[in-house]
Design a protein around this ligand. Structure first.
Ligand code: PMP
Length: 347
């Protein structure tokens, strides 16, 4: 970094993986801003050391387990989790840095890149078939059962439980929210974000509403998720489907999201083609490579900006990077088979 760049010159030396999590840049999205007359800012969570927004939750959950004495640094211990992939990546990297093991349960339908990466970093990867949440074979139920069986056998083990464990949302309330507030110098008028566990949305929303009650909080939901209707009507009702990974809930409101209903002002539902347009445009015209959930978020930020009118600052989350979905979002055959647009340079 040079003194004449727009970046601050004082970037502190940090300690290891944990020290490198967070303090991600807030990037002005040029075309989205120009198209709306608003300032649209994307928080570059793909720049976390594990490559996604979930590094923050993973670190928060493991530090909480250590505070409770469920894990002891320097002594053997295992973290078990059911995940769409990114939380497993964050947990495994934190575990590696602290001398723990990880067992990661993932539906086999998640992108090959995330599964390969989990194997590469040393996770004990357990693939399961996609099942409804009420089925004992669902990845979340499977991970809980593995942790319970290990605990019954006398092993030191923690079930991370990102959906219900409030250490997840607290990590965002303590880091992501304050970073957005500080970097915008309080200018933020709206925050929009999709929800997997709801940790990001709930944590950021709580912090920002505490600072500025008028800030508008909007859930960005993919098709096939029932959370849009939950915000609008109080009832979880899902219709359609989406190729995005890590976001949306068809049948239940996660424990991290439920208590945030009072601070969520509105919801928008974004079809895949609208999200993919943002994924491809940002890559082609602004050099930013993002994944599908980030595409949903940017598309939602544009809708919110249009609703609010010119002159507002709208912040969203760029959850992870496009390389995690090369075999899907950037694969012409995958896209054509689903009648989705193919980017011009890959067609
Ligand atoms: N985007 C991606 C790619 C994810 O993996 C996740 C987490 N599953 C999210 C968004 C949602 O984040 P949160 O769990 O904080 O709602």
């Amino acid at each position: 970094m040079t003194a004449d760049s727009q970046h601050p010159t004082l970037v502190p030396v940090v300690d290891g993986f944990a020290g490198a999590v967070g303090q991600t840049p807030l990037i002005r999205l040029r075309r989205a801003s120009e198209a709306t007359g608003c300032e649209i800012l994307g928080k570059a969570e793909f720049m976390n050391p594990g490559g996604s927004v979930k590094d923050r939750a993973a670190l928060g959950i493991i530090e909480d387990a250590e505070r409770r004495g469920q894990l002891v640094p320097g002594e053997p211990g295992t973290v078990v989790e059911g995940t769409a992939g990114n939380t497993g990546i964050g947990l495994t990297l934190v575990a590696n840095a602290r001398g723990y093991k990880s067992i990661i349960v993932v539906p086999e339908t998640q992108s090959r890149e995330k599964l390969d990466f989990l194997r590469m970093i040393g996770a004990d990867l357990r693939l399961v078939q996609p099942k409804p949440l009420r089925d004992p074979g669902h990845y979340v139920n499977t991970s809980r059962r593995i942790a319970e069986e290990m605990a019954a056998g006398g092993e030191r083990v923690v079930w991370a439980n990102q959906f219900g464990n409030l250490a997840n949302g607290e990590a965002h309330e303590k880091t992501t929210g304050p970073e957005i507030w500080d970097r915008t110098e309080g200018r933020v008028d709206a925050f929009t974000c999709s929800c997997g566990t709801g940790g990001t949305l709930a944590g950021v929303a709580r912090f920002l509403k505490g600072k500025k009650p008028g800030v508008r909080i909007v859930l960005a939901d993919p098709m096939g998720s029932g959370l849009y209707s939950w915000v609008k009507t109080g009832e979880v009702k899902a219709e359609g489907n989406s190729i995005t990974e890590g976001i949306g809930q068809a049948t239940a409101v996660p424990g991290n999201l439920e208590p945030a209903r009072g601070v969520i002002d509105d919801a928008v539902q974004v079809p895949d083609p609208e999200a993919l347009e943002q994924v491809f445009d940002l890559l082609q015209h602004e050099g930013l490579s993002i994944g599908g959930s980030a595409g949903i978020n940017v598309a939602a930020a544009i809708r919110v900006a249009r609703q609010m009118g010119p002159g507002h600052t709208v912040v969203t989350i760029l959850c992870d990077g496009g390389a995690r979905y090369q075999s899907k979002l950037f694969n012409p055959e995958f896209l054509r088979a689903r009648d989705l647009p193919v980017p011009s340079w890959l067609a």
